[in-house]
Design a protein around this ligand. Structure first.
Ligand code: ADP
Ligand code: SF4
Ligand code: MG
Length: 383
């Protein structure tokens, strides 16, 4: 696998309330806990998402609410996250990225599908086993201004996860642990009694990251962690995330709406469109050999610093709005905006697979793409 890179964000707690932590079937729980204790080798899958679906019901009526449809926020997504890697997930606003994040965090209940963490389907877990999983999958949120409680000190914010997972740090040791975490994320440990408003956006995001690290998780899901920050600060936070990934052996799922941010931190990239995965591959495959028209259009919009490369490339302007996820187009969901759409595209849904024409080649175009007519297009200037 390519060199591992990373990302950043503001943290919140993925953890359940204490009352959530009830005993479930003891033998099953013990078995699950034993499985969760196992270490996953670098480069092996730590999270496997299979046909994940989340439909939000649309209801009508005041007294008698009846379901009249559903917002198909996530509609059958599959991918793996490998131990130690950064998987970037990119797509326009509303395509379902945050819903995927919440499903992986078990903050939302899946309508269908599975999420295997170390081989255990976490969508089916409850009680102690789920509690153990939640400790290991943490989140960093987009907005460092709203994701930290303004009435809590930094020490209380970073140390709060220990209230729900006291097994990680006994009470007497917590202050020291929080100070160590402040140091790790590049903040002065003496700031422990300060409040969020006394920090800049970038510093707040560091607080969020420290909180995300508090429980020694294995996976951190970052939902647009640098989108709210100035460009100069974005790079600092991303660099910090990269350093922490190596130091703590973390796997990152890094969500962004912009392909340019994800490039610097991702080993692999998945491109989402209207609740589906359009294309997924290594960073080189996606940026230099994209085969899905949607990825090609997104790449053609990425600013290019080199004037020569800029001049040579074609800018693909997507027409039309993103359709509603409550009523997605038949066949290929991208067809209403795709310049290559043919009749087949409205009749048959393209599956995410390595296109046959490339399958037996060693071309970098031989990666998964959900398009009937997947082919390379020169958007090299954008890479
Ligand atoms: N709790 C909810 N109830 C109903 N619809 C929702 C809910 N959460 C998200 N959605 C809808 O699901 C779709 C995907 O949302 P989201 O996952 O937030 O997208 P993204 O993070 O890519 O912008 C959107 O159409 C959004 O309006
Ligand atoms: S399947 Fe058809 S509509 Fe969909 S991306 Fe490919 S060419 Fe475009
Ligand atoms: Mg979102």
């Amino acid at each position: 696998m390519a060199e591992m890179k990373k990302k950043a964000g503001a943290v919140a707690d993925s953890t359940p309330s204490v009352s959530d932590v009830v005993e479930s079937d003891a033998s099953t729980t013990t078995e699950v806990e034993a499985a969760l204790d196992k270490r996953v080798a670098r480069g092996e899958p730590i999270l496997q998402v299979r046909n994940l679906v989340k439909h939000f019901p649309l209801t009508q009526g005041i007294l008698f609410r009846r379901q009249v449809g559903a917002v198909k926020a996530v509609d059958g997504i599959s991918f793996d996250l490998y131990q130690g890697e950064t998987l970037g997930i990119v797509g326009e606003s509303g395509c379902g990225k945050s819903t995927v994040a919440k499903l992986l965090m078990t903050l939302e209940k899946a309508t269908a599908g599975e999420v295997f963490y170390k081989g255990q389907d976490i969508t089916k877990l409850s009680g102690r086993a789920l509690h153990a999983v939640r400790r290991n999958i943490q989140m960093v949120f987009q907005d460092p201004y709203t994701s930290l409680n303004p009435r809590m000190t930094v020490g209380d914010i970073i140390g709060e996860p220990y209230e729900i997972h006291p097994e990680v740090a006994p009470k007497g040791s917590r202050r020291k642990k929080v100070q160590d975490l402040l140091d790790v994320v590049g903040l002065n440990p003496e700031y422990i009694n300060r409040y969020p408003h006394q920090f800049s956006g970038g510093q707040r995001q560091r607080i969020g990251i420290a909180r995300g690290l508090a429980l020694n998780p294995e996976i951190i899901i970052c939902d647009e962690p640098v989108s709210a920050l100035d460009v100069s600060v974005q790079a600092q936070v991303i660099n910090l995330m990269e350093k922490l990934q190596d130091e703590f052996n973390l796997s990152y799922l890094f969500i962004a709406h912009d392909l340019s941010i994800v490039r610097h931190i991702s080993d692999r990239v998945g491109v989402m469109y209207l609740g589906k995965m359009a294309e997924i591959g290594s960073d080189q495959e996606i940026y230099e050999h994209p085969t899905h028209p949607y990825t090609q259009a997104l790449l053609s919009a990425v600013p290019v610093p080199d004037p020569e490369a800029r001049e040579g490339r074609e800018r693909i302007i997507l027409t039309g709005d993103v359709p509603s996820p409550a009523n997605p187009p038949s066949g290929c969901r991208f067809r209403t905006r795709c310049w290559k759409a043919e009749e087949k595209c409205s009749k048959e849904e393209p599956l995410l697979a390595i296109p046959q024409r490339f399958a037996t080649t060693d071309s970098l175009a031989a990666h998964e793409s959900a398009c009937h007519f997947a082919e390379e297009k020169d958007v090299v200037g954008a890479a």
